[in-house]
Design a protein around this ligand. Structure first.
Ligand SMILES: [Fe+2]
Length: 291
């Protein structure tokens, strides 16, 4: 697919301090259509309490600007925060979409969490499953999804006019790239996916999903293809695919699991719905020794 660089959507970021996630509202250039990317539902895991302040801020922004929510997009099944997608959908409508390879993720983690047959592994919890190069509309703006596996099998980059939402394919240039050691992850595939993103037009705006402010700099979320190609600390400088795989594999071996991975996967593989126990109450499992 060729991006339409003549369309410049308005992108409003929402930063979640607890998980260092940046969610976005993307508004078509000449109309009320909008999409939400990677919304967060906060959890106080120690207290077993959910919090919707972040999602409420997104809803308030959409209502205040009289926008129409067409899509609620997950770039992938996140392991570090819970999705706020169904909460926002209940308030404003819109369709929840994710990459079609979600079925692989559901299969893997359905086993980890010993889910029964009531947990469907066919992606049917989502309203839409995107294949590589699938197009969809936000208002009058045609958008498309690029399959970019490596961090997870279902990762997609979403291109909307001159803006691309890269999920966890790339971080800011001084943050490098995301880990590739979760089940179904693959450092070589991640490298190939990053190369696909860097083949987009130089001036394409890239919006990333996480930032940790390396070296104490202020949180940042927007860069460009040219800037990533020139300055990303994990790519370029003559590094080969083999160099990247070696570096990524050694580094990933040092990383601890994200603190919310156990609740996040159970919720996010269900499109943000919270599982219930036999009494019908919201409840999560903590399997031991399975990750
Ligand atoms: Fe991620």
């Amino acid at each position: 697919m060729t991006p339409d660089m003549t369309k410049t959507p308005t992108v409003t970021p929402f930063f979640d301090k607890r998980s260092n996630t940046i969610s976005y509202v993307v508004r078509e250039p000449d109309g009320p259509g909008c999409a939400v990317i990677d919304a967060v539902m906060d959890i106080d895991y120690a207290a077993g309490k959910l919090n919707f302040d972040g999602a409420d801020a997104i809803i308030a922004h959409i209502e205040a600007n009289k926008l129409r929510l067409d899509w609620i997009i997950e770039t992938h099944v996140h392991a570090d925060h819970l999705s706020g997608a169904p909460y926002i959908q209940e308030a404003l409508g819109g369709k929840i979409g994710i990459g079609a390879k979600i079925t692989e993720v559901q299969d893997t983690f359905g086993k980890v969490f010993n889910e029964g047959t009531e947990f469907q592994r066919d992606g049917s919890q989502f309203d839409a499953l995107f294949e590589d190069n699938d197009t969809y509309s936000v208002g009058a703006m045609t958008c498309f999804a690029m399959h970019t596996p490596g961090h997870t099998p279902a990762c997609m980059v979403h291109v909307m006019g001159d803006a691309a939402f890269v999920g966890d394919t790339l971080f800011m240039p001084d943050g490098g790239s995301a880990r590739a050691d979760f089940p179904g992850g693959d450092a070589g595939e991640l490298y190939d996916s990053i190369m696909r993103v860097l083949a987009l037009p130089d001036e394409m705006r890239l919006f990333i999903c996480h930032d940790y402010g390396p070296g104490g700099r202020a949180i940042a979320w927007e860069t460009t293809v040219a800037e990533e190609r020139e300055k990303n600390i994990h790519i370029g400088g003559g590094k080969t695919r083999e160099d990247f795989i070696k570096f990524r594999t050694e580094r990933d071996a040092q990383l601890a699991m994200p603190s919310l991975i156990i609740p996040a996967l159970q919720v996010n593989m269900r499109a943000g719905e919270i599982p219930r126990d036999t009494e019908g109450d919201m409840a999560l499992k903590v399997p031991l020794g399975k990750l």
